[in-house]
Design a protein around this ligand. Structure first.
Ligand code: FES
Ligand code: FES
Length: 172
């Protein structure tokens, strides 16, 4: 029998307690165990940024993080962005900006970009185009040529955003 360890994770505000193998990646845990398939896998080597999620509010490449390393911590995936307190049924402002700017084509890279832009705007609410390009330089997109993604980030920065809990506060 393979060794397992029981972990507790709050994902998108909901608490999970699961037994996992020590080598299970956070990406595979989120996708295969929790059904959060909005976290996409591209390179699985930490290069493309498709698997980006927020761990205690900070972006990580979930293909390079083990599920056991997220024990006791809070994860936000793209599924957790929408439906903030100001608009429970609606898109997150960053998502809306991507939609309005037509900032995706196939959409495979989009969840990683959304969470990266969300983190940037929480740290720096009024970034320059250069700062946006610098922050997004670790996320690869094979379709768009990036200009519309940068436009979307500028558009999102220009409008108010809700306070969202991306921290480590456990769900009730
Ligand atoms: S799949 Fe994780 S960085 Fe590419
Ligand atoms: S929209 Fe296709 S990879 Fe970015």
């Amino acid at each position: 029998m393979r060794p397992v360890r029981t972990i507790e994770i709050v994902a998108n505000g909901r608490r999970y307690r699961e037994a996992v193998e020590p080598r299970l990646s956070l990406a595979d845990f989120l996708r295969d165990r929790l059904g959060l398939t909005g976290t996409h896998l591209g390179c699985e080597q930490g290069v493309c940024g498709s698997c980006t999620v927020l761990l205690d509010g900070k972006t990580v490449r979930s293909c390079l993080v083990l599920a056991v390393q997220a024990d006791g911590r809070s994860v936000t995936t793209v599924e957790g962005l929408a439906g903030g307190p100001e608009d429970p049924g609606g898109l997150h402002p960053v998502q809306r900006a991507f939609l309005e700017a037509a900032a995706f084509q196939c959409g495979y890279c989009t969840p990683g970009f959304l969470l990266t832009v969300d983190e940037l705007l929480r740290e720096n609410p009024a970034p320059s185009e250069e700062e946006i390009r610098e922050r997004l330089s670790g996320n690869l997109c094979r379709c768009t040529g990036y200009q519309h993604i940068v436009d979307a980030a500028l558009r999102a920065a220009a409008r108010p955003r809700p306070e969202q809990n991306h921290g480590g506060h456990p769900a009730p």
